[in-house]
Design a protein around this ligand. Structure first.
Ligand SMILES: *Cc1c(COP(=O)(O)O)cnc(C)c1O
Length: 389
């Protein structure tokens, strides 16, 4: 069942709400595209892109996800400790000194270094139990990944260490969400397939080949292989405008409604009048042009509300836009409610999400500060309550 949704919000100054139905629908769209036999792995790294890993992991499994991908060993151990028994791929480096811990938790580990392979060989032989690795391959992104020469060396070493089981091989595209031209991705895909053929020829059945992030899953069916790694679109975001356009082109007439899963809320903590010409906030960066009513909100850059949104963004109160005035403080935000009648102490305020007829999207905030929506949500403070609704 879902987590209990109710520490009551009256007791909270700021919280996030997770729309479990929207999340399930986004996963359903992915499942529809890949079919029943491809493993659907929910990427829950970075606190599930800021959505809260525990709630998202629970909902994802309930909605039909098969497994998880994380970045760090500690994220995987947290899932294990919370009782998740599904497969978990750790896609980041595990310090050699912690491989014993990783092995004991029965994880899938990214492999790119010979040192990791040799340490795992030593540990698994001593324990007398196998461990699973997924070889990350260099196809043109030049992040983590083993090149051709590295692969040949690895394949030789694998022969000596039967306890280290080469379960998977994967790669990650450099340029799939930033363009509607997928020729670079196609070249990476061809390299990936050649790598996989080479690994199989060396005697490894390679049960799990995977290459697809959200964008590849949505617009590039040849990338689905045995498993997909579903990050951003699970949370109801298109990876980019380009991905959305490519998707529309390839699926004419088909509805594609990804629904944002997260809303971020706070409440009014003071209302005050300021005369015309009053300076607002640190550095006096805003001066009122008329007698104004201001609302103070108990949220700031330490909560993940980016300081570069100072004098730029807006929030929703009583279904209307209230512009941010002056600088975003560490724990406070000041907004103008002069044109919104009847605002009261503790009125609910939407920082991200929908209120009435209006909404504020992570894409909008990202555009204001020159970044991507991924960064906007992942930086929301991890210890704010996440409530399932
Ligand atoms: C984060 C990540 C993903 C998920 O990407 P989305 O664009 O969010 O779907 C997939 N694969 C790897 C290796 C990643 O690091």
């Amino acid at each position: 069942m879902h987590h209990d949704p109710s520490p009551r919000t009256e007791r909270l100054n700021s919280w996030l709400e997770i729309d479990a139905a929207a999340h399930a629908e986004n996963l359903r769209i992915a499942r529809h595209l890949i079919g029943p036999d491809v493993e659907l792995s929910a990427v829950v790294k970075a606190n599930a892109y800021g959505h809260g890993w525990r709630t998202i992991a629970t909902n994802a499994i309930e909605a039909g996800a098969d497994s998880f991908c994380v970045h760090a060993l500690d994220e995987a151990l947290a899932l294990r400790n919370a009782g998740f028994s599904q497969d978990i791929l750790v896609m980041g480096h595990v310090p050699l000194a912690r491989l014993e811990e990783a092995t004991a938790a029965d994880l899938r580990l990214m492999l790119t270094n010979l040192e990791t392979l040799e340490t795992l060989a030593e540990i698994t032989a001593r324990r007398g139990s196998p461990t699973r690795v997924h070889l990350k391959l260099e196809t043109g992104t030049y992040r983590h990944g083993v090149d051709e020469a590295g692969l040949e060396t690895m394949l030789e070493v694998f022969h000596e260490h039967p306890w280290v089981h080469l379960e998977g091989a994967y790669t990650h595209f450099a340029d799939i969400e930033d363009t509607t031209d997928h020729s670079y991705a196609a070249a990476q895909l061809a390299r990936f397939e050649a790598f996989c053929a080479r690994i199989r020829a060396a005697g490894h059945p390679l049960l799990k080949r995977h290459a697809a992030c959200s964008a590849a899953l949505l617009v590039f069916p040849d990338t689905h292989f045995d498993m997909v790694r579903l990050g951003i679109s699970q949370y109801g975001f298109w990876p980019s405008k380009e991905t959305y356009l490519s998707y529309r082109e390839r699926h004419p007439g088909e509805p594609a409604e990804l629904r944002p899963v997260l809303s971020w809320k706070t409440r009014v903590s003071q209302i005050k009048e300021a005369p015309a010409g009053a300076f607002v906030g640190y550095g006096r960066s805003y001066q009122t042009t008329r007698a104004s009513r201001l609302a103070i909100l108990p949220i700031g850059y330490s909560d993940g509300y980016d300081r570069r949104l100072s004098n730029q963004s807006w929030v929703l109160i009583r279904g209307r836009r209230a512009p941010v005035r002056g600088r975003v403080c560490m724990n406070l935000l000041i907004v103008d409610v002069t044109d919104i009648p009847d605002v009261e102490l503790e009125d609910e305020v939407v920082l991200l999400g929908r209120q009435g007829e209006r909404d504020i999207t992570a894409e909008q905030l990202a555009a204001l500060i020159g970044t991507i929506h991924y960064e906007v949500t992942t930086r929301i403070r991890a210890d704010l309550p996440r409530l399932n609704r």
